[in-house]
Design a protein. Structure first.
Length: 517
RNA sequence: GUGGGCGUAGCUCAAUGGCAGAGCACCUGAUUGUGGUUCAGGCGGUUGAGGGUUCGAGCCCCUUCGUCCACCCCA
């Protein structure tokens, strides 16, 4: 028979086999129990959602990695995470529940990224969300819960990294930077830390050429301060976006100027306005970058890092509310007294999902290769409910573990092989299958894993197969047994066998197996 | 998106430019009702695809597809 081209699994998708499968399930089950013991109720959510759910606030990089498509004129997407779905479900069905609400979930998610070691396009997230709770107590509960799950799995050697997105974001906003620019900077904290300010500016120019003038070191228009157009520009700068927009539109109208019909008038005005405002972004941008550089250096032991951050905040005349809250969270966390991993503060920490509004944290483990691997991420997202159309804003936070990664961390520690067929029933001839199936049924009813050999090989081969597949006991039913409704029960370890009435088979097998322990 | 590695039997992989091989798996027999071993044999290939160089290409060159890994980012 001519064989057609082989169909392989899609890139980034994985087949999970016996030992690894068992390990992943075990991890999932233990975590579910752990979270349940803390009052987090499991719920199940759709894998397919309206694409819009992920576009509202997840951030561009998530959007770019979405598996999304049109299906019968609807935009749908495979979920890249579950927090958005949880909140969607909350807004849709759970707004009358008493708060705080504790929920857990587990299931596959999809992200179209380049696959590599410990990174796949489909993977499993298990997580918890604490809805309707604010303040350091709630923050500490979630962190402690996330760490507790690791301990529950026997992982005591891990690193907890805590950050706070408000410290940087509120500073950038207070500076009066354009929103686009703020978002860009938030995304590039890591970049700045690794490659320096120049690299960030270069990348800014590449992505947003309209900020070109803001990124050049010297301002060319310094001596144009008193020209009439400059006065007009200064006036516009003092207005809000809406006011300025209206002013320009009215101005053009009053002069009876018509704008090229190919372009939306509003768009032209918008661009003009943007151009006018960029010029003043330069100095602010430099202050922002300097602040980021210094903030990014603050990482390490919590008390010291926090003190340095407070000093930095004072230097830049920043109110330290976020830092105080962080300090209280750390105090609350200490009260639990069961964090056995290393704790580190990192003010440069910033996560890919852009809906975080306060606390953010990650858990890392070390693989046997010595390589660090992130196995959990989470944080606070107080405005996500209102973004998703909830009646009123609600404080909320949560975290999620990457199950495959957790399992790979445990792989080194303990690799319990899954049990294969415990009992194998071998019918010798065609006429013996009915009896064999009946015997197997009895055994399974008692919870004993049983396979029936259906290959139709001779007895020698069948026994060999049963043995190689790890059978503990073999039941042979053939011509000799047929007459008196018996079966031959063979112990594969002791190589001893005894005839047993088929009616008594299940009970005898159960006794033998329980004697094994 | 950037940079590497690898595509050879069902699977894992060998093969200084010179007869395409091994292990595992599968099948048969030694053994027609007694297993992990052993032995004998068998099945199995357009060397990812297409083009080029050469007397000769699995090997060198170009193109393309697939895949793994690193950077980026993340779980």
């Amino acid at each position: 028979m001519p064989s057609a081209d082989k169909i392989a699994a899609l890139r980034g998708m994985r087949d999970v086999f016996s030992a690894e499968y068992a390990r992943q399930r075990q991890v999932q089950e233990r975590l579910e129990r752990h979270l349940r013991l803390h009052g987090y109720q499991p719920i199940d959510l759709p894998i397919l959602e309206n694409t819009e759910l992920y576009l509202r606030k997840s951030g561009e990089d998530i959007a770019a990695r979405l598996y999304q498509f049109d299906y019968r004129s609807r935009r749908v997407a495979l979920r890249p995470e579950l927090t958005a779905s949880i909140l969607r479900a909350y807004v849709e069905h759970m707004q009358d529940e008493p708060l705080p609400l504790r929920i857990q979930y587990s299931g596959p998610v999809f992200r179209y990224e380049k696959p590599q070691q410990n990174r796949y396009r489909q993977f499993t997230l298990s997580g918890a969300e604490l809805l309707g709770a604010k303040g350091p107590r709630a923050d500490a509960e979630i962190i402690n819960l996330a760490c507790g799950g690791l301990e529950r799995l026997g992982i005591r050697d891990y690193q907890l990294v805590i950050g706070h997105s408000d410290v940087l974001e509120s500073f950038l906003q207070a500076l009066g930077l354009r929103k686009q620019l703020v978002n860009f900077l938030l995304r590039n904290m890591e970049n700045l830390r690794k490659r320096g300010i120049d690299a960030v500016i270069a990348s800014l120019r590449e992505i947003y050429p309209e900020f070109e003038s803001a990124t050049t070191a010297t301002s060319a228009s310094a001596d144009g301060e008193h020209t009439q157009s400059q006065r007009l520009i200064n006036l516009l700068r003092e207005m809000t976006d809406d006011e300025a927009h209206q002013a320009i539109t009215d101005f053009l109208h009053s002069l009876n100027i018509r704008i090229d019909a190919n372009r939306e008038q509003g768009e032209v005005v918008e661009r003009l306005l943007q151009k006018i405002r960029e010029d003043q972004q330069g100095p602010k941008l430099r202050v922002a970058l300097e602040f980021m550089r210094r903030l990014g250096e603050l990482a390490g032991e919590p008390t010291a890092a926090l003190r340095q951050a407070q000093a930095l905040a004072a230097d830049f005349k920043l109110d330290g509310a976020a830092l105080d809250a962080l300090g209280r969270t750390l105090d609350c966390l200490a009260e639990y007294g069961d964090i056995s991993g290393d704790i580190e503060l990192d003010f440069g920490l910033n996560r890919g999902l852009h809906y975080y509004t306060g606390l953010i944290f990650e858990l890392h483990c070390t693989l046997e290769t010595g390589e660090a691997i992130q196995i959990c991420g989470g944080g606070r997202y107080d405005n996500l409910v209102s973004i998703l159309g909830g009646g009123e804003a609600m404080p909320a936070l949560g975290f999620a573990y990457g199950i495959e990664r957790l399992a790979s961390v445990l792989e080194t520690a303990k690799g319990a092989a899954p049990e294969a067929g415990t009992v194998c029933v071998i019918p010798v001839a065609e006429g013996d299958f009915a009896s064999a199936f009946a015997a197997a049924k009895d055994l399974r009813a008692r919870g004993i894993t049983t396979e029936v050999s259906i290959e139709g090989r001779n007895l020698s081969r069948s026994l060999r197969q049963a043995d190689r597949r790890g059978a503990r006991l073999v039941i042979i039913i053939g011509e000799a047994e047929r007459a008196d409704q018996s079966a031959l029960l063979r112990d594969m370890r002791s190589r001893q066998e005894q005839p047993i009435l088929q009616a008594e088979l299940a009970e005898t097998v159960e006794e033998l197996l329980s004697a094994d322990g």
